[in-house]
Design a binder for this molecule. Structure first.
Ligand SMILES: NC(=O)c1ccc[n+]([C@@H]2O[C@H](COP(=O)([O-])OP(=O)(O)OC[C@H]3O[C@@H](n4cnc5c(N)ncnc54)[C@H](OP(=O)(O)O)[C@@H]3O)[C@@H](O)[C@H]2O)c1
Length: 241
């Protein structure tokens, strides 16, 4: 029976690329986003019963908990959770509305915690599993305009370390993947000037590709990382080194 992955935010960007890779490698994949799109329809057509998508807004915690139960009901197990869905709002902190701050914390920190709890319970029933939380280099270096996002992602990294201690005895590994800039809808608004600056400051002199970030997710999900837990893997071409 093939393994089952839950990927949050699998309709676009990194989440979509993770779903496509895992499906191609024989996993059954359950994912959600707020809205479906052509990529979701394509995956449905191609993978049939090995693929599940439903509409979930991670800010609705009841819906989110229900998703983990639905996946377990449909697939009978949960082996991997990739907490990928994220939200970035850039604005100087002094003018950022409290509701925006709340959104950053709800989507980037509270939702991954609630989904991890829902999935970990089913992983325990199945004898183990892996959780990969997607953070950002904003969690480890300060940048203007992203204070609330950075705070939430730093919280996610701390959450992962403590969760690894609790879940290790249940044979569940928990790691954080911390990417630098890669092209997606989230970064479509970054100006040419800022893109040049990021490239200049990156020792490898280029942006990472989505596929390179997916490689790291797959590594952390695999037996090749079987003795790695509670760690943060930074994949950023060296910009934070
Ligand atoms: N791109 C970068 O340079 C970069 C760098 C470091 C870290 N990251 C992190 O990498 C992860 C993926 O980023 P990305 O660039 O691939 O983002 P993206 O292109 O904006 O895609 C985000 C995905 O999450 C879903 N999503 C967003 N808000 C949601 C909500 N409230 N409820 C349910 N689903 C929601 C989106 O679908 P819907 O909009 O339809 O809901 C979409 O599928 C995020 O955690 C991000 O913080 C990105």
């Amino acid at each position: 029976m093939s393994r089952v992955a839950v990927v949050s935010g699998g309709s676009r960007g990194l989440g979509l690329a993770v779903c496509e890779r895992l499906l191609a490698e024989g996993w059954r994949v359950a994912t959600f986003s707020r809205t479906p799109n052509e990529a979701v329809e394509r995956a449905r057509d191609k993978y049939g019963a090995d693929y599940h998508w439903s509409p979930v807004d991670v800010r609705d915690l009841t819906q989110l908990r229900g998703f983990a139960k639905t996946v377990h009901g449909e697939f009978g197990r949960v082996d991997l959770l990739v907490n990928n869905a994220g939200l970035l709002h850039q604005e100087l902190f002094v003018t950022t509305a409290v509701q925006r701050m709340q959104d950053m914390v709800s989507v980037n920190l509270l939702a991954p915690m609630v989904l991890a709890q829902g999935c970990a319970r089913f992983m325990m029933l199945g004898g183990g599993g892996v959780i990969v939380n997607i953070s950002s280099i904003n969690a480890v270096r300060g940048y203007r305009g992203v204070a609330a996002y950075a705070a939430a992602k730093a919280g996610l990294e701390a959450f992962g370390r403590s969760l690894a201690r609790e879940l290790g005895p249940a044979n569940i590994r928990v790691n954080t993947l911390t990417p630098g800039f890669f092209d997606s809808d989230m970064t479509a608004g970054v100006t040419g000037e800022n893109r040049d600056r990021i490239r200049r400051r990156t020792p490898l002199g280029r942006f990472g590709t989505t596929a390179e970030v997916v490689d790291a997710v797959v590594f952390l999900a695999s037996a090749q990382s079987g003795f790695i837990t509670g760690q943060t893997l930074i994949i950023d071409g060296g910009i934070t080194c």
